[in-house]
Each structure stands twice: as C-alpha cells, then as structure tokens.
Design a protein around this ligand. Sequence first.
Ligand code: CA
Length: 390
Amino acid sequence: MASSTAVLAISAFARGANAGGAVPGQPSEQGESGAKSDRGTGRGPFRVIIDTDPGVDDALALLLAMRSPELKIEAITPVAGNVPLDLTLPNALRMVEIAGRTDIPVAAGARAPLMRRLVTATYAHGENGLGGAVFPEPTTKPVATPAAEIIRQIVRKYPGEVTLITIGPLTNIATALNSYPELASMVRGLVMMGGSLSGGNITPAAEFNVYVDPEAARIVFQSGIPITMVGLDVTRRTSLTDEHVRTLEAAQNPVSQAAAKIGRNAINRNRERGYLVGPNMHDSLAVAGFLDPAILKLQDYYVDVETTGELTAGETLGYSPVAGDLRRRPGMEKDVAATNMPIRGSAPTLASTKTSPVLRDKFVPNTKVAVEVDSARFFDLLIGRLSGSK
Ligand SMILES: [Ca+2]
C-alpha cells in the first residue's frame, strides 16, 4: 500500500468492500449510495465464502446472507468456536435447509484452534449453540472437501473476486493461508466480525473470536489481505429487541419463523441471566455492513494481535497516527502520519536480545476498522430481509 493511504480515511463500507482496489472483472459497484429496491441494494453480486461457528448470531447472519440477492455464496465453512465443530457443522446445515439453499456447499473446518485448546461460549449460546432453540437433525451432508481446501479451490477459481466473510475464530482462514500463502493476494478482501479497539467480551482485553485463536487471527492480520474489522466497537450497539422478534414471528415463512425462534430463545436466555439489554447481533452486522455500505463508518488502522499475554491474548491493538487526540490539521496529516509513527511493541526485557521495541518503522494501515454504526438502518435490513418484507 502506498504511504498516502496513511491519511485518515473515514469511508463508507463500499471502500472497505472494495479495499483491494480496482480489479479487472470486478462486479459493479453501482448503487453504493445505499439506494435500495425491493429485491436488493442493486450492488453485486459478490462472490463470498462465509466462515462461521453457529452460534445464535451466526445463525441469523447466515439466514440474512442466504436471503440477500447481492451475495453469491460459494461455500459455508463451519469452524469450532461458540460450540465444538460437532455442533457448528450441523447447525450450519440446519440453516442451509431452513433457507432452502442446500445448493450451497458446506465444508467442515477445524476442530480446534491452531495452538490452543478450544474455549467455547456455551454460556452465551447454550449447549446446542442456538440458544436452546431446537431444530430437526439436518439430512443434508457436508461436502467431502475440508474447509481450508475448498477455500483455496474457490479463490483460485475466481481470482480477485472472492470476499471472505468470517464470523467465527479465524482457524480455517489461517490454515488455508499457511498451506497456500498465495491466497492472500488472490482474495478480494476479508470482512470479519471480530476484535475490538475498546475492550473485550470474554476477557477485558479480548473479543471472543480472536481470543479463541489469536495465532490464527495474527496470521490473517499480517497476511496482506485487505481487512474490514467489524468488532465490538460497533457490534455492541446491535441489541435484538422483543419488537424485532415480534416482527419476525408475524411473517409466515420458514426463515422468519426460524429466526424468530432463535431470537426469542436468545432474548429469554439473556433476560433469565439478568441482562438489561438483549443479545447483540454481532455477526449479522458484518454481513449487513458488506451488503449496505451506509451502515458502517470505517477508519484506517494497523491492527495487530496480542498472542503472548498471560491475561491479554487475543487483544486487538489498533495503531493510528491520526485517531483521537492525534488528529491534526488538514494538510499536516499525510506527512506527519506517514513518517512519525513507528509501530511500537512492549519494551524489551533484560533477557531479550532485542534492543528496540519498534516492530515497524512507520505506520502502514492493514485494516479498515468499523468505528460507527447506524443501528436502525442495520435492523431495517436484517429484520426486513429475514421477514421477507425487503
Ligand atoms: Ca460467530
């Protein structure tokens, strides 16, 4: 990336979705002002692979994606996360069946993080991963190809066209990158639900998806893939309400009924545990932000992941020379930002052979971080698509 990209850039999601720059054969970007018709936003179609660990909010995100004409979903790749793979895989297949989209290949991914034992989130998603909402055993089978391999095959088949939408731990993507490093330059971009620049949810430092497999996340952030990070900074503002669920319950179609059932269970579960606000629809926001650029505002950061902390592994650090109090007068940002902000790590210990904490000499952004969200617009899209009214 050119150093000029170090200039503060708050942009609509269209730039995030197109962060790889102009690619020959790219789908049309027209309509990115957010104008909508009943049949979609007029954007796309975009080839995507959805990497997921369903998961209450994953389930709704998958249903949203499968109801969205802007997306050509090339594969769904479940991974261990919220619950073990033995549950995320059938849960993904259940969603595909509910949406009537058994044409989409579902490929089983990693059973465990790269270098750690799996920590699940059954405290939030229930033992079955769907907040206790029960659906029949799926009859659809996953494809025989493993997730990392199907990701490689699809990206190679459509170089420059495929966006990875990741809404679980990044184990599958890191595994694919480890085996086939050339993938990084062949994907169009990666839109992640994960990370936070404002504190975590499973520890004070770390958001769950990055916490589960910080080594995988670090590989992804350092891969060179243009990343859009939809983290807790914005997903905390996506609380599902009774009114949303009532709208879903009123619509007589299988997707809306399933989403209502999952949403109702999740809300009740939250309430029983004493929470004052409903469950956040973290994963759906990543999908929705990709569909409608006006939902999120993005800002350039260099993001890295803490992997060695005793208490902080999985923390995402966002470096910016022009955020917060570091903002400067227009015209001074470019020069100062590009030259005056090394990427600094912890001070070297006495036992270390390193003498400098500087990891990189200057700031070069690798991620567009979502910093603001239009929650009402998000729920209009989510509930509208799930209920079938939009
Ligand atoms: Ca998830």
